[in-house]
Design a protein around this ligand. Structure first.
Ligand code: ADP
Ligand code: MG
Length: 335
């Protein structure tokens, strides 16, 4: 009898271990550099490998259309020729960008490209002259992007206008990657395009727990944990890309009204939403707007289904009521 009990126990253990091992076998993760950042896609399920491979193919194709660094991209062609007939993806991004731009009084503005080039934040500066900044600010002020919704044509009325989709592209692409995975029947996945995170379903039956970067600590150190499923979360912060000159930090989120890196008193803003492009654009916009105007926008009826986590320079955290977020670092308090 005793032996029989032991045998049953061994069999149960073997079955349990077998199930876990089988579940692990059907997951696949890949990390590649795309869209100017590290992208990681993890999928669970029988088709995970082909799904993730297909996801990266899609990302590369999107990048080829979007990149301002490639002369052959649709965006470079549009910036050169000032008019173009566009495919659905590029057109959708421009359309959403224009909408967020209108809603944020131009805090988000894809026509910042001449300023982005001037500041050369990625290349390490230097700080440009006031005269040069004013000159490029004028091109933003005069920009007039006209779109033909039916034909998907875009036209720049001003010949100085150039656009840069860097503030919205990763969010849009994360949604596209999610669709590719879902077409492969993936029911559980985590997509992370340089801090633009999108989740599908649950992770082994539980909601996804996403660490939110502590803006004062090195990459991977979190100040809190967000629980989500089937949502995206996008974080913007000055700690991502910057250079230092005479002890002052100059970062990559520019205020289209001043021509300088935004200095709004926010150190980090995360937006949680269904639509990745909107989340990405809003996170950049709120960073520029600051706490007071940012909260007014996010609490307005237009965006009341959007969640947020905003940290100000004193470590005070503003959290919307429609999300499940827990602060785990003692350096931060809810405001
Ligand atoms: P990240 O790319 O690090 O996730 P953001 O989403 O905030 O950060 O986008 C910053 C990028 O967007 C910049 O590198 C630049 O290309 C562009 N950009 C900078 N300022 C603005 C702005 N005010 N509106 C729209 N795009 C911007
Ligand atoms: Mg953004």
């Amino acid at each position: 009898m005793k032996n029989k009990g032991i045998i049953i126990l061994i069999v149960i253990l073997a079955v349990l271990m077998g199930t876990a091992a089988v579940a692990n076998m059907f997951s696949y993760t890949a990390t590649e550099y795309a869209l100017d950042t590290m992208c990681t896609v993890t999928a669970y399920g029988f088709n995970s490998k082909s799904a993730v491979t297909d996801a990266f193919d899609t990302l590369k194709k999107l990048e080829a259309k979007l990149s301002v660094h490639r002369e052959t991209s649709d965006i470079s062609r549009l910036n050169r020729e000032k008019r173009a007939h566009l495919d659905e993806d590029v057109f959708n991004m421009i359309k959403t960008a224009k909408m967020v731009s209108d809603d944020t009084n131009g805090a988000f503005d894809i026509t910042v490209k001449p300023l982005v080039d001037l500041w050369n934040i990625k290349g390490g500066g230097p700080v440009p002259s006031e005269k040069e900044i004013t000159y490029r600010l004028n091109s933003i002020l005069n920009a007039d992007i006209q779109v033909d919704l039916e034909k998907r044509d875009v036209y720049f009325a001003n010949s100085d206008t150039q656009i840069d989709l860097g503030g919205i592209a990763k969010g849009y692409c994360a949604d596209k990657v999610a669709k590719v995975l879902e077409n492969h029947d993936i029911k559980s996945a985590l997509i992370d395009l340089g801090g633009n995170v999108r989740t599908i379903g649950k992770k082994k039956g539980k909601v996804w727990r996403i660490g939110i970067q502590d803006p004062k600590k090195k990459r991977g150190e979190y100040f809190g944990v967000l629980s989500i499923s089937d949502k995206c979360v996008v974080t913007s912060g000055a700690y991502e890309r910057y250079f230092t000159e005479n002890g002052k930090v100059y970062h990559h989120i520019l205020d289209p009204h001043t021509g300088y890196p935004a200095d709004s008193g926010i150190t980090s803003v995360s937006i949680i939403a269904d639509d990745g492009a909107i989340a990405d654009a809003l996170s950049t916009a709120v960073y520029v707007l600051g706490v007071s105007d940012g909260l007014a926008l996010l609490n307005s009826s237009e965006y009341d289904d959007v969640g947020y986590i905003i940290i100000d320079k004193n470590g005070k955290v503003y959290i919307s009521e429609n999300i499940d977020f827990e602060i785990t670092s003692e350096s931060y308090v809810e405001g």
